[in-house]
Write a protein that binds this ligand. Structure first.
Ligand SMILES: [Mn+2]
Length: 197
């Protein structure tokens, strides 16, 4: 099986140096984890919250790739206490098992494009570090070669990315994320985009 190709793009809100969005791409034993964190607000304090969220998720995954999404988000919430807080999405793609899982707390957008159609996992309202949801919604599905995962912060409006663009196989995932970030990213917010295919 060919390796899943991943493109990542982040940039700060206009006039800021620190980016309040952070990403994680982690491959462990054939399982790939993709995450986007968005610290509340913008600037250095938002960047700090986003980085803590991502570092926490990475640590949970390093502890065991079988750590459940609920546990990953709960730990993330605890470690974000005392910060601005953050919203985050995490996708876990196990290609050998042919399965994916996704969970989102707050305003992060995830789309999975499959041969059968488009899946938009539902986000659970909440802010990690502040108000943890009663019950974390976890979406699951079967993974097939060629499925595409799109994850982005609210620096890009939901639905702004044309599906035809994502379906363009002449563009690499790196080219896709750069194009999406530059063309559809809002100037007045931090932007983070991940495309995996
Ligand atoms: Mn944002």
């Amino acid at each position: 099986m060919e390796k899943l190709k991943v493109g990542v793009y982040t940039r700060a809100r206009e006039g800021e140096i620190a980016c309040g969005n952070a990403c994680l791409v982690k491959r462990v034993e054939g399982v790939i984890f993709l995450a986007v964190g968005d610290g509340i607000g913008h600037g250095p304090e938002a960047a700090r919250a986003a980085e803590i969220a991502i570092a926490s998720m990475e640590a949970s995954i390093e502890a065991s790739i079988n750590t459940g999404l609920v546990n990953i988000f709960q730990l993330c919430h605890r470690q974000l206490k005392g910060t601005r807080g953050a919203v985050a999405a995490l996708c876990r793609v196990d290609r050998s098992q042919g399965l994916w899982q996704a969970a989102i707390v707050g305003n992060i957008h995830v789309k999975i494009l499959t041969a059968k159609g488009i899946i938009t996992p539902m986000a659970t309202p909440g802010i990690l570090g502040y108000n943890y949801p009663h019950q974390l919604l976890i979406a699951k599905g079967s993974y097939q070669e060629g499925d595409l995962f799109l994850i982005h912060s609210d620096g890009i409006q939901e639905g702004a990315v044309p599906l035809a663009l994502l379906a363009n196989y002449r563009l690499t995932t790196e080219e896709l994320v750069r194009l999406i970030g530059e063309k559809y990213g809002r100037r007045d917010d931090d932007v983070a985009v991940i495309v995996a295919r």
